[in-house]
Design a protein around this ligand. Structure first.
Ligand code: HT7
Ligand code: ZN
Length: 874
C-alpha cells in the first residue's frame, strides 16, 4: 500500500450536489441503487475522467443521463471505478450488490444481531456504492430503504421521513430526506426490530425537536441516562456556544457490534451499546459518566464536524480535537471540574505521551498516512483537544467564543482546514498565531527542564525554562514551540500565592508566562519570601515539565498549592519519588523501606475535611503502573508492580484505622443516582476498601464480601468483586465470580466486565485463563467489545502477565491479531499497540516482542495492520 500525502491535496474533479439512494435489504445480496447529480468542480480543468471509490461492490448496472455505458467506457478496479469521458454536468446511475452478513470488518453496511447498520467514517461509504468518498464532497441525500416488514419493522436514515408504504411480498419502504448537504461519511442507515424511547427538546428559538433512542426490546429500561445527557448537552451547546439543533428529529441507535464508541451521522447517531446503555445494576459510575461524555461528544459534532466539516482526513483533529475539548468542558461543568481535569490529564500523560514517544508518533495534523483508520488516535483526539484548550486560554474565553461564532458562521456548510479554525481565533483576538501552528505539525512531547533560584538580597525569583522536543520517527529536527505556562509562586512562610511581578508588570498571583525560545529566563521581582514554584497549573500545556523539587517541597505544595490540579500532581510526584527508590531496591534485591513523608502526607489527607470528596479520592490514588512505567528509562514491569504493591500495603498498614473510618463514613445507603456527590462518596469508599484489601485480613475480606453480596449497584459490586478476584482468596473469589457470571450471562455489557475483572488478575495463571475464556460461549472474536474486554484489557492492563518472560503473553496477542487481520483489520491494528512499545523493555523482552511482530508481518496483511507493523519494526 502507498501512502497518501497532504501536499497532494486537490479539489475533486467532480462534485456531487445530490445523492439519491435506494437499498433493497437482504443479508447476502443487498441491492444499492445510486443516482448522483454530478458537475465539474469549478476549480478543476474540463475533460477529466470521473474517478469513484468503491470496494467489494458487484456492479450490476451503470448509466449516464439514462444511457447505459458500454464496457469500454469505464474501468473497474479493486478500489474503484473510472468513467473515461463525462459531460460537465450529468446524472450517474449505478446499481451494485453487497453482502452485509459477510461484513465482519464493520465498515460500510453490516449486520449486528440481525439488524442492519452502517459505519461510513472514515472510508466505509465506498463499501456501499461507487462514490467520491472524501469529506469535501457534500450533497443533500434522499434515501429509500426497502425491507422485510416483519423482521425489519424499523427503517431509519438521516434527516426526516417523508414517505412510507407497503410493497408486494410482505416488504415495506421508508424514504428519508436530509436537507443539509453532507459528506458521505455522515451517511447512515439502520433497519431492524427496534423499540424506541422518545422525549422532546425545545430549542432556544422555540423549535420542537423529537428525541428518540432506538434499542432492542430488552434494553428499553437502560436509556434514561443517555436521554437526560442528550438534553443536557443540547442545552449546554446553546448556552455555551450559541449552537442550536437544526432538524426536527434527533435519533440515537444502540448496536452491539461497533468498532469505536459512537458515530455522529447527521440526525442518526449510531452508538456502541456500551456507550449508551446504563442501569444502576449493570453500569458503574465511570460508565455512566462515559455515556454522558460520549452522548455529548456526538451531539456536539452536529456543529463541530457536520455543519462545518473537514476538507480532507489530514484535518481530522479540526473536528475531533475541538469536539473533545467541548465535551471535556461540558463534563467539567456538570461534574467535579478538578476531577475531570485530573482524570483527563492522568489518561493523557499515560497513554498519549507513550504514543508520542513510540514508533507510531505523528503530528496532530499528520502529513501522510497509509490507512486513515489508524489515525483515530490519542494524538488526533486528545492532544488536539489540548491544543484547542491552549488556544482558548491564550485568547481568553470571551474571545474564543467570538472566534468560534465566526468559524461556524463563515464556514457553515463547508469542508475546511485547521488554518481556517485557527485563523478565526487569530482574527478575533488580533494575535499572531502563526508560530502556534507548529503544535499541529510537530510530533512528540516537548520536555521542559526548569530550575529556579531565590535571591534573598534583591527579593527576586529567577526561573529558567529550557524546552526540547525529542526526535520522532519521521521528524528528527524540532523547533521551539510557543508554550503557555500557568504558574504561581507559593510563599514558604505564608503558604500563600505571592503577587507576581514580571518586567515591571503586576500579573496577579496566578499568571501565564510564554515560553517561546529554546531557553528563557523569567525574573520575578518583589518576591517577599522564598517561594516554591507551582508550575504548569491545570496542565496548561501538553508537555513534560521537570523541576528539581525536593520531597519537602512536594509535601508543601500538596498542602498549600491553591491550584487543585497541582496539589494532586504534587502528591503524584511525591509518590513517584518514593516509588523510584523502591523500584531500585527491588531490582537490587535490597530491603524495601517506605518513605515516611508519603505516609505522613497521606495521613494529612485522611485527616482533612475535603470540600470535594472526588478530588480527595484522586489524591489518595497512587500513580498507575502504566504511568510509573512512563517515568522509567527502561520499564521493569515486575519491579514497578512490586514497588507499587509495597507502597499500597505500607500505607494500608500504617493508616488502617483511617481507611476504615473513611470507608464507614462514605457508606451511605441511599438509592443509587449517578450524581456527583454520590459518585464522589462511592469513589472515596472504594479507594479506602482497596487499601484495606491490600492487607487481605479477615475484616477487609468481610467488607468486600458484604459489599459484593449487598448488590446495591454495579459500581460497588464490581469494585468488591475485582478486589476479591485479585486477592489470594480464591475460596471466596471463585464462587463470587461464578455467581456473577451466571446472574449476568444474558447481558453482554456485564459479561464484558466479567471478562475484564478476571484478566487483570495479578496471579500468574491468568494467561491460561485468558485462553480458557476465549472459548467461553459469551466470547466472540467478531465482537469488538469482547475483544477489547478480554484481549485488550489483558495486554494493556495486566502488565506483569502480558510481559511474561516466556513470551506467551506476546504470542497470544499476535495470534489474535493474525486472526483479526482477516476479520476486522481496524480492531486488529489497534490491538497491536502494546507490542509496538518494545523499545521500552529489556533485551529479552524486546527480542520476544519483535519476534511476534515479525511473525505478524509474514502474513498477508490488511493495510491497517501492515502500516502499524511496518512502523513498529522500522
Ligand atoms: N467520528 C467518529 C469516528 C468513528 C470511527 C472512525 C473509524 C472507524 C470507526 C468509527 N466509528 C466512529 C467518532 C467520534 O469521534 O465521535
Ligand atoms: Zn468525535
Amino acid at each position: 500500500p502507498q501512502p497518501i500525502h497532504l501536499s497532494d491535496y486537490r479539489p475533486p474533479a467532480y462534485r456531487v450536489t445530490r445523492t439519491e439512494l435506494t437499498f433493497d435489504l437482504d443479508p447476502a445480496a443487498t441491492r444499492v441503487k445510486a443516482r448522483l447529480h454530478l458537475e465539474r468542480h469549478p476549480e478543476r480543468e474540463p475533460g477529466l475522467p470521473l474517478e469513484l471509490d468503491g470496494e467489494q461492490l458487484a456492479l450490476k448496472a451503470i448509466a449516464i443521463d439514462g444511457q447505459p455505458l458500454d464496457a469500454d467506457e469505464y474501468r473497474l478496479t479493486a478500489n474503484g471505478l473510472t468513467v473515461h469521458r463525462v459531460p460537465e454536468a450529468f446524472l450517474l446511475d449505478t446499481e451494485v450488490e453487497i453482502a452485509p452478513k459477510e461484513n465482519t470488518a464493520l465498515e460500510g453496511l453490516y449486520q449486528s444481531n440481525g439488524m442492519y447498520c452502517t459505519q461510513c467514517e472514515a472510508e466505509g461509504f465506498r463499501r456501499i456504492t461507487f462514490y467520491p468518498d472524501r469529506p469535501d464532497v457534500m450533497a443533500t441525500f434522499s434515501t429509500t430503504l426497502i425491507g422485510d416488514a416483519a423482521s425489519l419493522p424499523v427503517l431509519l436514515s438521516n434527516g426526516n421521513p417523508v414517505e412510507s408504504g407497503d410493497l408486494p411480498g410482505d416488504r415495506h419502504f421508508v424514504t428519508w430526506e436530509d436537507p443539509h448537504p453532507k459528506p458521505c461519511y455522515l451517511f447512515a442507515l439502520v433497519a431492524g426490530d427496534l423499540k424506541r424511547v422518545e422525549d422532546r427538546f425545545t430549542t432556544m428559538s422555540g423549535r420542537e425537536v423529537a428525541l428518540q433512542i432506538w434499542v432492542e426490546e430488552e434494553n428499553l429500561g437502560k436509556t434514561d441516562h443517555a436521554m437526560a445527557s442528550l438534553k443536557r448537552a443540547m442545552a449546554w451547546d446553546e448556552q455555551t456556544y450559541g449552537r442550536e439543533y437544526d432538524l426536527d428529529l434527533f435519533m440515537i441507535v444502540a448496536v452491539n457490534d461497533f468498532n469505536m464508541g459512537a458515530m455522529e451521522n447527521k440526525g442518526l447517531n449510531i452508538f456502541n451499546s456500551a456507550a449508551v446503555l446504563t442501569h444502576p445494576h449493570t453500569a458503574t459510575d465511570a460508565a455512566f459518566q462515559r455515556v454522558e461524555g460520549i452522548v455529548a461528544h456526538e451531539y456536539f459534532h452536529n456543529w463541530s464536524g457536520n455543519r462545518v466539516t473537514c476538507r480532507d482526513w489530514f484535518q481530522l483533529s479540526l473536528k475531533e480535537g475541538f469536539t473533545v475539548f467541548r465535551d471535556q468542558c461540558f463534563s467539567a461543568d456538570i461534574n467535579s471540574a478538578p476531577v475531570k481535569r485530573i482524570e483527563d490529564v492522568s489518561f493523557f500523560r499515560t497513554a498519549q505521551f507513550a504514543e508520542d514517544a513510540g514508533p507510531t508518533a505523528h503530528p496532530v495534523r499528520p502529513d501522510h498516512y497509509i490507512e486513515i483508520g489508524n489515525f483515530y488516535t490519542l494524538t488526533i483526539y486528545e492532544k488536539g483537544a489540548e491544543i484547542v484548550r491552549m488556544l482558548c486560554n491564550l485568547v481568553g474565553w470571551e474571545t474564543f467564543r467570538r472566534g468560534s461564532d465566526l468559524y461556524f458562521e463563515r464556514f457553515d456548510g463547508q469542508a475546511v482546514t485547521i488554518e481556517d479554525f485557527v485563523g478565526c481565533m487569530g482574527e478575533v483576538s488580533g494575535q499572531d498565531l502563526s508560530r502556534f501552528m507548529l503544535w499541529y505539525s510537530q510530533a512528540g512531547t516537548p520536555e521542559i527542564d526548569a530550575h529556579g533560584e531565590y535571591d534573598y538580597t534583591h527579593c527576586e525569583y529567577r526561573l529558567v525554562l529550557r524546552q526540547r522536543t525529542p526526535a520522532t520517527p519521521d521528524q528528527v529536527e524540532k523547533h521551539a514551540l510557543h508554550i503557555p505556562i500557568r504558574l504561581g509562586l507559593v510563599g514558604t512562610k505564608s503558604g500563600r500565592d505571592l503577587p507576581l511581578t514580571l518586567d515591571g508588570e503586576a500579573l496577579g498571583s496566578d499568571a501565564v508566562i510564554h515560553l517561546r525560545e529554546e531557553e528563557q529566563e523569567f525574573v520575578f521581582t518583589d518576591v517577599a519570601e522564598a517561594p516554591v514554584p507551582s508550575l504548569l497549573r491545570g496542565f496548561s500545556a501538553p508537555v513534560k515539565l521537570r523541576f528539581p523539587y525536593g520531597r519537602e517541597d512536594l509535601a508543601f505544595l500538596l498542602q498549600h498549592d491553591s491550584d487543585g490540579f497541582n496539589r494532586w500532581d504534587a502528591g503524584q510526584r511525591l509518590a513517584l519519588l518514593a516509588l523510584d527508590d523502591l523500584i531500585a531496591a527491588h531490582r537490587n534485591g535490597v530491603e524495601k523501606v517506605m518513605d515516611p513523608r508519603v505516609v505522613e502526607a497521606f495521613r494529612g489527607l485522611l485527616a482533612s475535611d475535603p470540600d470535594d470528596k472526588a478530588v480527595l479520592a484522586e489524591m489518595l490514588t497512587l500513580p498507575s503502573e502504566a504511568y510509573i512505567a512512563e517515568q522509567q528509562p527502561l520499564v521493569d514491569v515486575d519491579a514497578i508492580h512490586a514497588a507499587r504493591d509495597f507502597v499500597k500495603q505500607s500505607l494500608a498498614a500504617a493508616l488502617r484505622d483511617d481507611f476504615l473510618r473513611l470507608y464507614e463514613a462514605n457508606r451511605a445507603d441511599v438509592a443509587y443516582a449517578p450524581e456527583p456527590e454520590q459518585i464522589a462518596a462511592r469513589s472515596l469508599k472504594n479507594v479506602a476498601l482497596s487499601y484495606l484489601m491490600a492487607l487481605e485480613d479477615e475484616q477487609a475480606i468481610e467488607l468486600a464480601r458484604d459489599q459484593f453480596t449487598a448488590d446495591h449497584n454495579m459500581t460497588d459490586v464490581r469494585h468488591a468483586l475485582t478486589l476479591l478476584v485479585h486477592s489470594r482468596r480464591d475460596d471466596i473469589a471463585e464462587p463470587a465470580l461464578k455467581a456473577f457470571g451466571e446472574k449476568w450471562a444474558h447481558d453482554p455489557l456485564v459479561m464484558d466486565q466479567w471478562f475484564s475483572i478476571q484478566v487483570t488478575r495479578p496471579q500468574p495463571d491468568v494467561l491460561e485463563r485468558v485462553k480458557f475464556l476465549m472459548a467461553h460461549p459469551a466470547f466472540s472474536l467478531k465482537n469488538p467489545n469482547k475483544v477489547r474486554a478480554l484481549i485488550g484489557t489483558f495486554a494493556g492492563q495486566n502488565r506483569v502477565n502480558f510481559h511474561r518472560l516466556d513470551g506467551e503473553g506476546y504470542r497470544l496477542l499476535a495470534d489474535v491479531v493474525i486472526e483479526l487481520n482477516r476479520l476486522n483489520p481496524e480492531i486488529a491494528a489497534r490491538l497491536i499497540t502494546p507490542l509496538t512499545r518494545w523499545q521500552r523493555f529489556d533485551e529479552t523482552r524486546q527480542a520476544l516482542m519483535k519476534g511476534e511482530l515479525e511473525r505478524i508481518r509474514a502474513e498477508e496483511l490488511s493495510p491497517n495492520v501492515y502500516e502499524v507493523v511496518e512502523k513498529a519494526l522500522a
